[in-house]
Design a protein around this ligand. Structure first.
Ligand code: ADP
Ligand code: MG
Length: 339
């Protein structure tokens, strides 16, 4: 075969393979866009576990009508303009890949209106091809509608699981986002029925803890807030008595972004060593704050991994902070072992 340049739609479909694994990845990308746009309230409508429909409406800044086609173009973003910006980026997105990827593997509509616009506008994309742009009534903010995910990618559709499973993945992502942003109101409906509501509560972040993780964790968790070496670690960790049989209640964030970081997980595990029985796992919600230049968030298209410039320092800081916070628990155990 001769070498040829691939068409844009195919490039987007290939990229979608990395970013969009299942309905939950779509929800994650769209909710992150809403948060980056300054939304205070986000409404999520789902049908059939998100496979049939994902509709996300926000009250954020909106998009200029003439920029709607750009929003679904590859590598088009309003969030960075230079490599320097990448060093200091605080938004959740910056790669300009999510919308074109999603639009290339679904029947997609993007509607938006800014405060300065008299009307809203809707852009429709069908399997990656822009079908129409038209004025429509719309409240200030943005609505993204994603229907029939992977309708044109049978290999991917085959990997979708039962409705309940896909819904479970979406709920797990939303729980993780809800924990990071207690100031945001989130409403979820599934198959036309209200399924979940996170009330906004900026003043009392622990209230969100209760909503997201339930009474057991919220009542027993130890609050942490510690600074040093230009780092800050805050959040909640469960006492050893509240250990889990799985790693299900482990939430780590770096500058507000949910991450799976083996270094942090390892530091936590070490801090709990000797406090937990074999096979038991700690529960935690930890927010690490670090100067953006000291961490690289551009490691993977889905951005759930980061790379610290000083991995050792971060590990030691997390370990030390938790070790100290668990001093009481350690003393209790020691006392209970006295004759
Ligand atoms: P990224 O988030 O990496 O910039 P996306 O493909 O997710 O890339 O979005 C492309 C652009 O579309 C964003 O940079 C932003 O300007 C605009 N956009 C997407 N979603 C929204 C939204 N909900 N509200 C306002 N603007 C949005
Ligand atoms: Mg984005």
């Amino acid at each position: 075969m001769p070498i040829r340049q691939l068409p844009d739609t195919l490039i987007n479909q290939i990229a979608a393979g990395e970013v969009i694994e299942r309905p939950a990845s779509v929800v994650k990308e769209l909710v992150e866009n809403a948060l980056d746009a300054g939304a205070r309230r986000i409404d999520i409508d789902l049908e059939e576990g998100g496979v049939r429909l994902i509709r996300i409406r926000d009250d954020g800044s909106g998009i200029a009508p003439e920029e709607l086609p750009l929003a679904v173009s590859r590598h088009a973003t309003s969030k960075i303009a230079s490599l320097d910006d990448l060093e200091t980026v605080m938004t959740l997105g910056f790669r300009g890949e999510a919308l074109p990827s999603i639009a290339s593997v679904s029947r997609f509509a993007l509607s938006s209106r800014r405060a300065s616009d008299a009307y809203g506008s809707t852009l429709q994309v069908d399997g990656g091809r822009v079908a129409s742009v038209a004025p429509t009534p719309h409240a200030i903010g943005t609505t993204v509608e994603v229907r029939d995910l992977f309708f044109n990618v049978p290999a991917r559709r085959k990997f979708l699981r039962a409705e309940r499973t896909e819904l479970g993945h979406i709920e797990e992502w939303l729980r993780s986002l809800a924990l990071a942003r207690p100031d945001i109101e989130l409403r979820v409906a599934h198959n036309g029925k209200p399924a979940r509501r996170y009330k906004p509560d900026a003043a009392e972040p622990a209230a969100r803890l209760l909503e997201a993780l339930g009474e057991g964790f919220a009542e027993q968790a130890l609050h942490i807030d510690h600074q040093g070496a230009g780092l800050r670690l805050r959040g909640w960790i469960a006492p050893p008595a509240y250990s889990r049989s799985g790693a299900d209640q482990q939430y780590a964030y770096v500058n507000g972004r949910a991450v799976r970081d083996r270094g942090i997980a390892y530091a936590v595990k070490r801090a709990y060593q000797e406090l937990l029985f074999h096979g038991r796992h700690p529960a935690y919600v930890l927010f690490l704050e670090i100067e953006p230049a000291r961490v690289d968030v551009n490691v993977h298209p889905a951005k759930h991994e980061v790379r610290f410039r000083e991995a050792r320092l971060v590990h030691d800081f997390v370990y030390r902070t938790l070790y100290d916070a668990l001093a009481g628990a350690r003393a209790d155990i020691a006392a209970s072992m006295l004759p």
